[in-house]
Design a protein around this ligand. Structure first.
Ligand code: GDP
Ligand code: MN
Length: 383
């Protein structure tokens, strides 16, 4: 779950991190009213879930109401890398002395958290990593031990920040690590973390990704979830309790189990096809779940064939077959369907499917055969 900058700042402020005060608004008049209340100069900032807003013209300083109006008019509705700006965050401007970079994320291969700190902030951090890797100072943190103040001090010393920024940065990094762990975030990033001319250290930008699976622990995250811009197909699947990820190909995929669904996506690609989605219907495969899955796929106009890949385990082959037959009775499917049914009682399942087979519904003995057939049908359908 990716947060907009202003939401990320509210999240960080909840852990005591200093952020400038501001207001999120959706109209030009409201932007000017917010700026009048905050006091000039202000910064008008486009709220979109992509980086590089500054370079794209989505971040502008305004020293009076007229400038604020002009910037807000231009930025609201602006397109930044395919994202339309619906909200601007108007914030009290900061006089910047220096710009730093700070983040925490998980380093899966090291099985540890990874902190990154740099005295070269403000710019695209990938550029720093490429041109000046030594300027990006890393710190691996064992999640069991946590981050001590002495380790933080040593880390900050290695990054070579302005001495005036050291105390404030040590304090913010401690809070940022807490926000990252206790808030169940996958990423917290502050770029720039600034030293102001007045000598204060604060977060001028915030990029926060929360683990949506932790919502049960954080009821307040509902408010972030409501603003998530989801693929329409994903929203429909989500409503039916299905694990679905939209892709841009033409072979619709239904599988039981996340591992099998991923293998199915892979094998379709491997034989030259393009998967339209990842869809895991989970352990059970009753008619309701199967019908829901087929509805979601059927509503995707790009789909030219459907590959149902089921491995019967606890759910037996005949239950799966009955589920498919019943689902086909409920939903009128546009695209031809290829089924691979294996595992527990697969024979019995295929016997149930047999009377329904034809040009639009075929069964293949292996996953590879089924993938080839589905890809061929997708190609034939589009010609
Ligand atoms: P991004 O381009 O999407 O990462 O947006 P940021 O929020 O990081 O803003 C980009 C740049 O705008 C920052 O690196 C700053 O140089 C500048 N900026 C943002 N807020 C302020 C501010 O309050 N005062 C000044 N002087 N510059 C700002
Ligand atoms: Mn930034």
């Amino acid at each position: 779950m990716d947060l907009f900058e202003y939401q990320g700042k509210q999240f960080l402020a909840g852990y005591g991190i200093a952020v400038p005060s501001g207001e999120a608004v959706t109209t030009v008049d409201a932007a000017v009213a917010a700026a009048d209340g905050l006091g000039y100069p202000v910064v008008v900032k486009a709220q979109v879930l992509v980086g590089g807003r500054g370079k794209a013209g989505g971040i502008k300083l305004a020293s009076d109401a007229a400038q604020c109006r002009a910037h807000a008019s231009r930025i609201l509705g602006m397109d930044i890398k395919g994202h339309t700006v619906a909200t601007v965050w108007v914030e009290r401007a900061t006089d910047i002395a220096e710009e730093y970079y700070a983040s925490f994320t998980l380093d899966r291969s090291a099985k540890m958290h990874l902190g990154l700190l740099s005295a070269r902030g403000g710019v695209d951090i990938e550029t720093v990593a490429a041109d000046e890797p030594e300027a990006l100072v890393r710190l691996h943190i064992d999640p069991v031990d946590g981050l001590s103040e002495s380790a933080t001090r040593a880390w900050v010393a290695r990054a070579g920040l302005n001495p005036a920024a050291v105390e404030g940065t040590v304090e913010i990094l401690g809070k940022l690590y807490r926000a990252y762990c206790e808030g169940d975030a996958d990423l917290v990033e502050i770029n720039p973390l600034v030293l102001s001319t007045a000598g204060a250290v604060r977060a001028l930008d915030a990029k926060v990704t929360l683990d949506a699976n932790s919502m049960f622990r954080h009821p307040g995250y509902e408010r972030y979830d409501a603003t998530q811009v989801r693929d329409e197909r994903e929203a429909a699947a989500h409503e039916r309790g299905l694990q679905y990820v939209g892709l841009d190909g033409s072979v619709g995929i239904v599988a039981n189990g996340a591992g099998l669904a991923m293998s199915t996506v892979d094998i379709v690609s491997q034989v030259g096809g393009a998967p339209a989605n990842f869809l895991d219907i989970g352990g059970g495969a009753d008619a309701t779940v199967m019908a829901g899955a087929l509805e979601v796929i059927n509503d995707d106009p790009a789909v030219r064939s459907i590959f149902i890949n089921i491995f019967g385990g606890i759910t037996k082959g005949e239950e799966v077959a009955n589920g498919i037959v019943e689902a086909l009775g409920r939903v009128v499917i546009e695209a031809p369907i290829v089924i691979r049914l294996d595992g527990t009682n697969a024979e019995a399942g295929r016997a149930i499917l047999a009377p329904h087979l034809g040009e639009r519904l075929v069964v293949e003995p292996t996953m590879l055969d089924a993938a080839r057939r589905a890809v061929a049908l997708a190609g034939a359908g589009s010609s």
